[in-house]
Design a protein around this ligand. Structure first.
Ligand SMILES: [Fe+2]
Length: 279
């Protein structure tokens, strides 16, 4: 089953991994977001009703620009280890490892994506068809897109099937140029599922027709031994999983393979207590 998805990624440039995240983690993510919005409103001494996400979000938007809110909420999800917990969900982690190998890390700097009706016409917030490679992703990156609160009419993403085979597409001002028209497909993605894309797959946000803002997390993943072909060296990445060789390298502690801490030391054997064995 896993290799079928790799074949889909090779053929179509995307696939959806269904039911790979527990309700508990999705609920945790929504609670962290709601609480953070309430905390900021509290600090700013603005009255609000608890657990009223839509109204509280729009109150926050009156005092903070949308892009700042996306960054702040993205940061809190990382701080609370929610992104790591999501990626360590067994089915999702195993799929990532089967695509990229066991030595994987994820980008920390992504924003929480908030999509509302009013975003149309705003280049930063309502993105037109684009390839992730335009904004610094490398060919070694996989982009995953995780919806958090899908409801009727919210839409998800539209993609151009097979567009990863077009190679790098010329662009200007956040739009493809020198092209006729692309046929897009609207993706059917459910809560608790995750979309996988290559860095070359053309995609864009679908219009949200629901009054409640749509929340989704985009995360770039890569194998840290693969050559960086993009701008990843400018961004922060956090390790998610190690192969045997990487664990062994970490235990040895230096590339000279000296017996500095592996032979004759009085502490408990570091080969037994390394935290990476526990996962
Ligand atoms: Fe994108």
């Amino acid at each position: 089953m896993k290799s079928d998805n790799i074949q889909k990624l090779l053929n179509d440039g995307y696939f959806v991994l269904k039911n790979c995240i527990s309700k508990k983690i999705i609920n945790n993510a929504n609670t962290i977001i709601e609480t953070e919005i309430e905390n900021i409103l509290k600090q700013k001494k603005i009255k609000f009703k608890e657990k009223d996400f839509k109204n509280n979000y729009f109150k926050l938007k009156q005092i903070l620009p949308k892009n700042k809110i996306q960054i702040k909420l993205g940061e809190i999800l990382y701080k609370k280890n929610l992104i790591r917990d999501l990626l360590l969900e067994k089915k999702l982690k195993n799929q990532l490892i089967s695509i990229l190998g066991p030595d994987i890390e994820y980008e920390e700097d992504n924003e929480l994506l908030i999509n509302e009706k009013e975003n149309i016409g705003n280049d930063h917030l309502f993105k037109k068809l684009h390839q992730e490679i335009w904004s610094g992703a490398g060919i070694e990156n996989i982009l995953i897109w995780i919806p958090l609160n899908l409801k009727q009419g919210m839409g998800t993403l539209e993609i151009v099937k097979g567009s990863h085979k077009f190679g790098f597409i010329e662009n200007q001002n956040r739009e493809p140029i020198n092209v006729n028209s692309y046929k897009t497909s609207k993706l059917n993605i459910q809560n608790r599922s995750v979309l996988f894309l290559t860095a070359l797959t053309l995609h864009k946000t679908e219009i949200n027709k629901n009054k409640i803002p749509r929340l989704a997390i985009p995360i770039l993943i890569r194998n840290f031994y693969y050559k960086n072909t993009g701008n990843s060296d400018l961004n922060n990445y956090r390790k998610l999983n190690y192969s045997f060789v990487s664990i062994f390298r970490k235990i040895l502690g230096n590339p000279f393979y000296s017996s500095f801490r592996t032979l004759g030391q009085k502490r408990k054997s570091i080969f037994e207590k390394d935290k990476h064995y526990k996962k």
